[in-house]
Write a protein that binds this ligand. Structure first.
Ligand code: AMP
Ligand code: MG
Length: 494
């Protein structure tokens, strides 16, 4: 029996770009697809009907059945990986099924990741395994719930095949949703070939797609650099405010839309330290927590290099102005970050001394090895009532320095116009109780991968969908890890 046709109502735009921007390639069917996770709320948002999809979900999200209007492609890109330029990367284990216009009128990519070999696979099997697929599903959805721009997870399917890494693991495919999968590395691919016409087409596409309605003053491509810079400044500020370490900020993993992408070795900090590195391959700490703003600026300079040749400006002027944009990054980042920190500390107003107040708290947290997330969460109650101070103080190894800081903070709150209740509510809304703690993520993944038990993962995901709401039955998910977890490492896990 032939199944009834199934349409996602794709409105592809990227594949209208010239043929050398991508390869037409279909997902490679898998042996025994089984739907493990599905995100009905996101499906609805995309204008898909979860009920109509249900009988076909395991086939659609494994690539065993294509929606009838799909014209899948793999995108080509390049990138600087740990500072070294690789002139051709591309979707080596992913295909873009297509683009839909969601219910809010936004264009969204729907991509299968782990869907088999493509012309860009070079080495590698084009597959993904369950551990990293679940990790990305969980952390990207947690980031979304935290209000941070990110790619999303629509589904996870087990393939019924084994994927050979250091040992064989169960294969899986993630369906990823993004504003687009265009990266800084996409620009670099064409620029490296001297294909300025392609860079121009790509830039025009990105402008129309990600910055519609934004006015252009002066040169259009300088304006694009400025616009992407702003988005990245905002994004990295969001990361820094929640203690997120991306872990692999290569230019091929940095979107121009300003969404967080590529959740390989990422992790959230428990105890605060600017030098925190989780990735086992980041030997030099290039992508350490505190380096993230500088790395983002470095990446944007790589984008600038691709745009300078197409700017309608004399080269010297184009370079000068691009440099000014990149130099502007740190000020923009700093402003987003300071605004966020003021909100975290319950400050409705803004005085010059706030900068020192904020920086001193971080310094005291670092020397006191305090838990980043819990410190801010517990300060919410302390802002209302000094009897809650003890719970914050207990997080610091040296409480004297913390006590000194508290005196200053209290004095500052006195000058601030926010009402007590209002402050409490606004602090709770920006200081999460729940983040994807490494030990909880590991526990949930181990249960799924080693015992075939998805319950712990689902429970954790449910908690993380409401990070700002106290969930008394789930209180232990707010707890930091036992001491033995201090040296936790992540792996790229391709
Ligand atoms: P990532 O580390 O996921 O950012 O990937 C870097 C590059 O390696 C990208 O071009 C990927 O498509 C490619 N790649 C990663 N894993 C695989 C795999 N299992 N098979 C083929 N290509 C891969
Ligand atoms: Mg990548």
């Amino acid at each position: 029996m032939t199944p009834a046709p199934l349409f996602f109502r794709f409105k592809d735009s990227y594949s209208n770009l010239p043929a050398h921007f991508y390869a037409r390639v279909a997902p490679v069917a898998v042996a025994a697809p089984r739907l493990l996770l599905f995100n009905p709320a996101l499906a609805e948002e995309l204008g898909l009907d979860p009920v109509a999809l249900a009988p076909w979900a395991h086939l659609l999200f494994s690539g065993n059945r294509l929606p009838d209007d799909a014209a899948p492609i793999a995108m080509v890109y390049a990138g600087h990986q740990f500072g070294h330029f690789v002139s051709r990367l591309g979707d080596g284990r992913a295909v873009l099924l297509g683009e839909v216009i969601d219910r809010k009128g936004r264009r969204r990519d729907i991509q299968l990741k782990g869907s088999g070999k493509t012309p860009y696979s070079r080495q590698g099997d084009g597959r993904a395994w369950l551990g990293p697929v679940l990790r990305e599903y969980l952390v990207s959805e947690a980031m979304h719930a935290l209000g941070i721009p990110t790619t999303r997870a629509l589904a996870a399917v087990m393939t019924g095949e084994r994927v050979l890494r250091e040992q064989p693991w169960p294969g899986a495919i993630l369906t990823r949703v993004a504003a687009s999968h265009i990266r800084i590395g996409t620009f670099e691919y064409f620029a490296a070939r001297g294909d300025h016409q392609a860079v121009r087409l790509l830039a025009d596409h990105v402008w129309a797609r990600h910055f519609p309605g934004r006015e252009v003053q002066g040169d259009r491509y300088l304006a694009l650099l400025q616009a992407v810079t702003e988005r990245q400044a905002f994004l990295v500020a969001c990361w820094m405010l929640v203690g997120f370490v991306h872990g692999v900020m290569n230019t091929d993993n940095m979107t121009v839309s300003g969404e967080t992408m590529d959740y390989g070795p990422c992790a959230f900090m428990d105890t605060y330290h600017t030098e925190t590195v989780f990735s086992a391959i980041d030997h030099w700490g290039r992508y350490a927590f505190g380096n993230q703003p500088d790395v983002a600026a470095w990446n944007l300079a790589r984008l600038a290099e691709t745009l300078v040749p197409i700017m309608g400006l004399e080269e010297k002027v184009a370079l000068e102005r691009s440099r000014a944009v990149i130099h502007g990054f740190s000020g923009q980042f700093r402003q987003f970050w300071l605004d966020g920190m003021r909100r975290k500390l319950g400050l409705g107003s803004c005085v010059v001394e706030d900068v020192a107040l904020i920086e001193d708290l971080l310094a005291v947290m670092q020397t006191g090895a305090a838990d980043y997330t819990l410190t801010f969460r517990r300060l919410c109650a302390a802002a209302m009532d000094a009897s809650a101070d003890e719970a914050v103080r207990g997080l610091f190894a040296q409480s004297a320095a913390f006590d000194g800081w508290m005196v200053r903070w209290r004095a500052r709150l006195q000058q601030d116009a926010l009402g007590i209740q209002e402050r409490y509510v606004s602090m709770q809304a920006v200081n999460p109780a729940y983040i994807p703690r490494n030990h909880r993520v590991a526990e949930a993944l181990d249960a799924a991968v080693l015992q075939g038990e998805i319950g712990p993962f689902e429970r954790l995901l449910t908690v993380l969908r409401h990070p700002f709401t106290d969930q008394p039955d789930m209180a232990e998910y707010a707890d930091p890890p036992p001491r033995s977890w201090q040296r936790f490492q992540t792996f790229c896990g391709t």
